[in-house]
Write a protein that binds this ligand. Sequence first.
Ligand code: SF4
Ligand code: SF4
Length: 400
Amino acid sequence: MQTKLTPLIQKRPDSAEIDSILRSCVHCGFCNATCPTYNVLGDELDGPRGRIYLLKQLFEGSDITRATQSHLDRCLTCRACETTCPSGVRYGRLLDIGRGIVELNVPRSISAKIVRFFLRTVVPYRRRFKFLFFLVQTLRPLAPRKIKKWIPVVSSHSDRWPASKHQRQVLLLEGCVQPALAPAINLKVATVLDKLAITPLKIKNEGCCGALSHHLAAHQQSTDFIKRNIDQWWPYVEAGIEAIVSTASGCGVMVKDYGDIMQYDAVYAEKARRIAALTCDISELILAEKIPVSNSGQGTSVAFHNPCTLQHGQKVLNAVETILQRQGYQLLETDGAQDCCGSAGVYSFLQRAIAQRLLADKLFSLEVMKPDVIVTANVGCQMHLQSAARVPVIHWIDLL
Ligand code: SF4
Ligand code: SF4
């Protein structure tokens, strides 16, 4: 594709990257076939090819309109289009850059500003979110049934953080909402790692990975989170930590992208690249450990929802499935395994109608074979699926 970036865009440090991504798209449209929003809305501008065209116009100086903003807002950032694209177009990266520019140029309505401000100032802060969630949990019994199903119940757990001191050590990312919504996940992971003779370390002052702010195009805030995390983790990297392990694929993909996001920062670029390279999903780590085959899962049928952030963002395929099958679980085939469930961070709040439609389609595919349990690998997907599922929805680690 020919490009003619405006002088202003050409002055940006990422202009060569923008140009090269735009040029790599040959407009074949294959990506539209797997784009959830294109399939739901049927509008070319709500598919990846159309959005790339809008972004090209934006970088070439066309007026930036509210309509452009809406089409970009409706993108789930699921990156299914990247998996499908035969030309390797890095759509997600182009979208992130474009959203940042649109956000600075198209004012939002007062109500949208308030909602976004609330999300940015509460959700990424563990203590604030925990407090809010505590209030919501306390009021849950009084809520009407329709609302109640949206409020997850935190199950009790007996695991304790292991007091292990193995030679092999990894950093275990806590995340900002997972400790409140599903605290048992990391405890379970810590127990499993301990049994594999790996010490999981928690970092006290670790903050949000920055994903939420990044997808809301609040790039200054996400960069601040990234720098803070790099500063916190760096001493461990220098001390030879084996890996930085994520148990929520939404956080994992963000940290794996630190290298790309920070590549133009003179101070943090190299550190971000090293941290991204050290980061892995818990399924990658456990798969590499080749845990012994067992039949502990025999008799339990499982439907696995592989989150977009794991399969399309991190390109991790068949890791969870292989681990569970080695433990004797019966993995059920599901249609549309590559499709988004509609959770997509805060998308399910901001684009409720599309998110609900995708949720219904996804649950139909997952439940049609009547599994005993649905498992996934990201707390956001877990909560979203749980809100309407007829069978329990858990993190796959709970099956180990
Ligand atoms: S992003 Fe890839 S699949 Fe989509 S139109 Fe461009 S080249 Fe084709
Ligand atoms: S990221 Fe997902 S929703 Fe967005 S254009 Fe690509 S396939 Fe469509």
